[in-house]
Design a protein around this ligand. Structure first.
Ligand code: PLP
Ligand code: COI
Length: 359
């Protein structure tokens, strides 16, 4: 029986991947390429609320061609991971935060809120049938991709009255093909990701769709991510938050209502504060980074997010200048925060904040 009072219907996949095939995938999963044998979905309707929770074999979704999501992008998603500990148990990290963010994204995209307990239950239901997909290799995990979209067949522009929530999962290694290496980022002046009053703080597909063209330009220039601005102010990367590191060990990160409230960022900042470091979350102009790098006040930067965890930034490339951080201080700090975070996630260090939830 569900804590939310719903009865789950579980249909086992009769043709799961063989043990050998799964083991081969888990040896080198990359990111986002392979999916487990099952998925979860729930329906929502105006009259019935959330209903018909089920676990089924992973496979295509049938959609009416008029489904609103295909036309007006009424869609939101989340990203979090399951980690296998040395004793074989499977844990996830701060899922209440992802549930709350999905609820905030839902509010902005005029979608119904999924209760936190149903969100967490969906993770548990999927792991119950697909636990063999949670890797045991160090630094690998099972990436959960919960998502919700408007499935009502109606072309009028209004909030849909029929919605679906799905959860799929994908074994994950390092997000960047090069592993945990410093990444280069390209400063996009021409393309913005979001603006005040827009959907920048929501995790909605459109924000990522608009980042693809600048991302292509970044690749051509040898950069793996794009740094977006709001006017002269630093926002975030296409799929990660940004932190600058000062000579005296302060961490600077943008305050903005048009960026995603990162759970990795919040956790890293807490770990930094536990170490006695000063954290400044405030408006940061690109000029402040330039001047700080020139004077030696800012010694480096790193990016953080669920998929990438924490990665140092080697270089910021703009059309008319570049900032190269060569000293080791910021990279060392980024890597030690990464290690502390992953030690907690993988059960190698005590979880004094109570961030882990057993699945
Ligand atoms: N910013 C954007 C645009 C993202 O896509 C992500 C990834 O989820 C983040 C920041 C980092 O958020 P989190 O640490 O919660 O994964
Ligand atoms: C995540 O880190 O979970 C994201 O959604 C970002 C994306 C680049 C995969």
């Amino acid at each position: 029986p569900s804590p939310a009072g719903l009865i789950w219907r579980v249909t086992r996949n009769e043709e799961p991947r063989s043990d050998a095939e799964r083991e081969t995938i888990l040896q080198n999963p990359g990111f986002g390429q392979y999916f487990t044998d099952h998925m979860v979905d729930l329906c929502w309707s105006e009259k019935g609320g959330w209903h018909r929770p089920r676990v089924s074999p992973y496979g295509p979704i049938e959609l009416d061609p008029a489904a609103a999501v295909l036309h007006y992008s009424q869609e939101i998603f989340e990203g979090l991971k399951a980690y296998r500990h040395a004793d074989g148990s499977v844990w996830t990290f701060r899922p209440d935060r992802n549930a709350a963010r999905l609820q905030r994204s839902a509010a902005r995209l005029a979608l119904p809120p999924l209760p936190t307990e149903l969100f967490i239950e969906s993770l548990k239901q999927l792991v119950a049938v697909d636990s063999s997909w949670v890797p045991s290799n160090p630094e690998e995990s099972l990436y959960f991709r919960p998502f919700m979209f408007a499935k009502e067949a109606f072309l009028g522009v209004r909030a849909a009255k029929k919605v679906a929530y799905y959860l799929i999962a994908s074994p994950a290694g390092a997000y960047f093909p090069g592993g945990v290496q410093p990444v280069n980022i390209w400063l996009s002046r021409e393309y913005a990701r979001a603006g005040h009053g827009g959907t920048g703080a929501a995790k909605t597909g459109g924000n990522y769709a608009s980042s693809l063209l600048p991302q292509e330009e970044a690749y051509k220039k040898g950069c793996q991510q794009v740094l977006f601005l709001d006017g002269d102010y630093i926002e975030e990367l296409g799929g990660m938050n940004l932190v600058l590191v000062t000579r005296d060990g302060r961490l600077l990160t943008p305050a903005s209502d048009s960026i995603l409230e990162g759970i990795t960022l919040a956790s890293i900042l807490e770990l930094a504060k536990d170490r006695g470091l000063t954290v400044e979350q405030r408006k940061l102009s690109i000029q402040e980074w330039r001047d700080g790098a020139a004077s030696g006040e800012i010694v480096g930067a790193f990016a953080c997010g669920t998929a990438a965890v924490v990665v140092p930034i080697g270089k910021l490339l703009a059309d008319d200048f570049e900032i190269v951080h060569e000293g080791p201080e910021a990279t060392e700090l980024a890597m030690s925060l990464r290690e502390e975070l992953t030690d907690i996630q993988y059960g190698r260090r005590e979880d004094t904040h109570g961030w882990l939830v057993r699945l």
